[in-house]
Design a protein around this ligand. Structure first.
Ligand code: SF4
Ligand code: SF4
Length: 395
């Protein structure tokens, strides 16, 4: 750990969070009594029967000891997937010790799931993931990145082989529940199809205090007993580190972003990348939040002013189709975010490398930028795309 040691950090973060909480929510189970570095609130995860902590773990770890610390802290859902290089294997190193205490949410590799993929191919891929995870079952197997034009249209998730594979996997005891994740431009449409056709037990969607439009979908999910999980909760993730006005604050804007999700009560839980002890402690410190303080709201206003004009919202498809050259605006701006805010430079450049040359921002020169006219958030899309091309292109 860098800087403050773990205990000191936990104490400082907990003090801030305790001051921020004005009333307790659902009582945690007795074995999870409030503690400086533990999950403080548990909620039903849809109709799964699982009581999930309000703060759950995304990927990002490199060290199995961090995963053990996460689970020792009472976090009882881990979000992983085939696509997160090496993460299933890392989870597999500690999972046997925690198997009945942790809800494992896994995902097929997005390019695998097509309109023509076969049931046997899906089941084989599931077996590979089970082997990597060092377990005989996952609690939820998800379709990953639905509503994402790169991987196909709605017909992709209408493939009956998917549902035959899920049924077979459930029958064999390899999968308990099923669902889908998305932060794509057709997130709302594809998720609605899945809900209307009773295909999902859980949905995992990109949402935070700067996104809008998912509330009816979430309401429908709740009415059907479908569990709701938020991801991309941090907007640009490292935003507070780049905002001068927040440099000397005792807490940080990342916590305020998480608290907004918790206080909204729109979700059963949220998943957030927890790469190290500091981040685990920082995020646990806001567990139990049911309302925002005036200071949280001030942080969020500061973040909105700094980030809002350059932040391409997950799940927003407003400019999709506006570009006459088919430039995948939302994808490229997301890779840019990975590069400059997440510190995932290599991954961002690899993803950008998959964008065909014919649809890269070189097409923007001399264009009247109808994409900008279509953006409800006033993003200077053309300028941001040109910057992205300079950052992400291999020399
Ligand atoms: S500025 Fe670029 S992304 Fe926007 S419409 Fe023109 S070519 Fe497409
Ligand atoms: S650029 Fe604007 S309109 Fe396009 S996806 Fe991003 S936020 Fe939505």
């Amino acid at each position: 750990m860098k800087g403050m040691n773990r205990r000191g950090f936990v104490r400082a973060s907990a003090a801030v969070a305790a001051a921020a909480m004005t009333r307790p929510a659902i009582a945690a189970p007795a074995q999870d009594a409030p503690d400086s570095g533990r999950v403080r609130r548990f909620k039903p995860l849809g109709k799964t029967g699982w009581r999930v902590g309000d703060v759950s773990a995304g990927s990002g770890q490199r060290d199995p000891a961090v995963l053990n610390y996460i689970f020792e802290s009472g976090i009882n859902l881990i979000d992983t997937g085939f696509q997160y290089a090496g993460h299933e294997e890392l989870v597999g190193k500690v999972l046997p010790k925690w198997r009945d205490k942790v809800f494992v949410l896994d995902k097929w590799d997005p390019p695998l799931v097509t309109a023509t993929v076969t049931k046997s191919a899906l089941l084989e891929a599931l077996d590979v993931s089970l082997q990597r995870l060092n377990t005989t079952y996952v609690d939820c197997m998800m379709l990953h990145s639905i509503g994402h034009p790169r991987y196909g249209g709605l017909e992709r998730i209408q493939n009956p082989a998917i549902y035959e594979a899920w049924d077979e996997a459930k029958r064999l005891g390899k999968v308990r529940f099923t669902g889908a994740s998305s932060h794509g431009v057709r997130m709302i449409e594809d998720m609605n199809w899945g809900l209307d056709n009773n295909r999902f037990d859980l949905i995992l969607i990109g949402a935070n205090f700067l996104t809008h439009g998912a509330e009816p979908l979430l309401k429908k999910a709740r009415a059907k007993g479908v569990g709701t999980i938020a991801m991309k909760t941090m907007t640009t993730y490292k935003s507070d580190l780049n905002i001068q006005a927040l440099q000397n604050e005792q807490t940080n804007a990342r916590q305020a972003c998480l608290k907004w999700i918790l206080a909204s009560d729109l979700f059963d839980t949220l998943v957030v990348s927890m790469p190290n002890y500091d981040r685990v402690a920082e995020y646990l410190a806001v567990s139990g939040t049911t309302s925002l303080t005036a200071r949280d709201e001030r942080y969020l206003r500061t973040v909105a002013a700094a980030v809002g004009p350059r932040y391409c919202r997950p799940g927003c498809g407003a400019c999709h189709g506006a570009c006459p050259h088919g430039v995948p605006v939302a994808d490229i701006l997301r890779y840019k975010m990975y590069f400059e805010d997440y510190g995932e430079e290599k991954f961002a450049m690899q993803r950008y490398g998959l964008v065909p040359a014919s649809t890269r921002p070189s097409r923007c020169a001399g264009c009247a930028a109808p994409c900008e006219a279509a953006c409800p958030y006033g993003l200077r899309v053309r300028e941001r795309l040109s910057e992205a091309d300079r950052q992400l292109r291999f020399a």
